[in-house]
Design a protein around this ligand. Sequence first.
Ligand code: ZN
Length: 120
Amino acid sequence: MVKHHKRVHNGKDRLTGRKVLQRRDVDTEVKTRSIGKPNTFGLPILTRPSRRHCNCSPEQVKQVNERLFVELSSIPLSYWDRTWNELTGAWELDLPKHFAAKHRTHMRHFRAYARERIGQ
Ligand SMILES: [Zn+2]
């Protein structure tokens, strides 16, 4: 490929021969906050829902906690992760990794709940 050849030609990459996806049309509408817009003044800016954690409401938290606890208690103890606590000199149970990964989003409120139920 010579320098003045553009790499993409007729929708294909010259080097790999693969199809190159069309560029999406650039959004012409610019998203801005309401600063300086008198007609939106005073409107609350809503908090963006989290995608990393769940967005459970307090009632949902209770239901989800109970549902997850039932599932958790069906996991045999041999599947649980254990960490050695040097201070107390005892093994401490930790939530099984696959369980924590599966319900990653709810771990923010479930860990505390599980700890309370198990009594650790
Ligand atoms: Zn949740």
